[in-house]
Design a protein around this ligand. Sequence first.
Ligand SMILES: [Zn+2]
Length: 316
Amino acid sequence: MATTSITRKTLGLETVEPALTPPPANSDTSLFRKRKIGPSQSRKKEIPEGLWTKCPECESMIYDRELDENLKVCPKCSHHFPIGARERIHALVETCSFEEMDPTMRSVDVLQFTGVATYKSKLDSYQKSSGQKDAVVTGVGKIGPHRVALGAMDFGFLGGSMGSVVGEKLTRLVEAATDKGLPVIIISTSGGARMYEGMFSLMQMAKTCGALAYHAKARLPFISILTHPTTAGVMASFASIGDLILAEPAAMIGFAGPRVIKDTTQAELPKGFQTAEFLLDHGLIDAIVGRKQMKDRLLFYLDYLLEGQRQISVLG
Ligand SMILES: [Zn+2]
C-alpha cells in the first residue's frame, strides 16, 4: 500500500524566518508538529497500557497499583473486580502459613474432546498463561490462630470450570480436613462443570458433596464463599451446602443463566434476580461480606464455630 506523506505544520513559524534559521537536524521540534497517527500508533498509546483500569460501575480510572493494594476493589464505589485464586488466599491467610496441596495435579484428556480447539490445546494454553495446572488452588493455612483447609477457585482458568482435577483436589482437601479435624473454607467462582470432560465432570458434584458429608459427620464446620460468578454444577453441589454461606457484594449466583430461565419460563424475572443481595433477601445465603472485610469476618466466625466444637469435645 502506498503511503502518503503529510506536510508537517509548524504553526506559521516558517514564514517568520524561512531559510535563515533552519532547525538543526537533532533539534526537537515535536511541540510544533502535528503527529501522524497511523493504525499502529494510536492515541491510546499515550496512556501506557496496564497502568490504569476503568471501573465498569462508576467509570473512574483507577491506578492499577492502587487497585491491587485494595484487593481489586474499586476505591470509589466498592465494585469487586475479578481476582486470582492465589491473591485471594494471600489476602486471607497469615504470612508464610499456607502449605499448598497437589499443585501439580493435571487433567487427562480422556474423551479426546475437540470443539473449536482440542481440550488438550486449551489446557496447555491456560496452563501457560496462568502458571497454574487447573482452576483451583488448595492447601492448609492459618487465619488468625486457626488452621483451616482452604480452597480458592480461579475464574481465569477455563471459566473456573470443575473438571476431574478441581473435584479431586477439593475432595482431597476436605478429606485431609476431616482427618486432621480442620474447618473447610472454599471460595467458589465457576461457570459450572467442565464440558470437555463430560460425565467425569458431573461425577465431581457427588464426590465433593460426599467428602463434605463425612466432614460434617465429624462435626467440623464448612464455610462456603460465593464470588462473582458462581453458577451451574458448582452452585448445584458443594458451593450451596456450607454450614455458613457467604457471598461477595453483587456476585451473580445461580444455576442456569437468567436468559435461559426467562426463555424457558416465559416470565419476567424479578429485579436483581440471581444477585447475592436477592439471594440474601430470600434466605439462600447467610451474609454478604466485602472482600476487604472477609478475613476479619472469617476470623469472627471461626472463633465462634470452633469454640462450640471445643465445648462439644469436652462434653462428649
Ligand atoms: Zn467504581
